[in-house]
Design a protein around this ligand. Sequence first.
Ligand code: RP5
Length: 164
Amino acid sequence: MRKAAVIMGSTSDLPIAEKAIQTLKEYGIETEVRVLSAHRCPNEAREFASSARESGFSCIIALAGMAAHLAGAMAANTTLPVIGVPCSGAKLDGMDALLSTVQMPSGIPVATVAVDGAKNAAILAVQIMAVTDAELAAKLQKARDEGTAAVLKADAEVRERYKN
Ligand code: RP5
């Protein structure tokens, strides 16, 4: 199933969320985008997570800043994989959100990416879907190959420029 959810705690997270939305689009993943705060609308957030599997989602990407409990709250209410994106922007530069998202107690995992790492969250979501989808797996491999080619090209240019 090629369907993912991108949930953010506030519209102030949208500039970061857009990196995930764009990447999912590039891979042709149907994406539902929501603003659902774990503390401002906990009932709606819980309802979304508890019905996500029967709604056909393969995974949930949850972005939040500060005391970032959104990804954990999602994970508490579904057995779908939840990918957490700690968002910066507050006083502690994302360290608060990083620790809140990554330090889940045993039994309720959140796969946490880097602070503001929304693109990686989307790629990880695609990788999860690609376990049973050869076409997606091939697209992922193509992107890896392009990344390798770009670095090797840069290497050749740098060696040429600085050769003795
Ligand atoms: C979190 O608090 C949101 O995810 C956001 O990153 C942060 C600030 O939210 P706003 O006050 O901008 O709505 O819940």
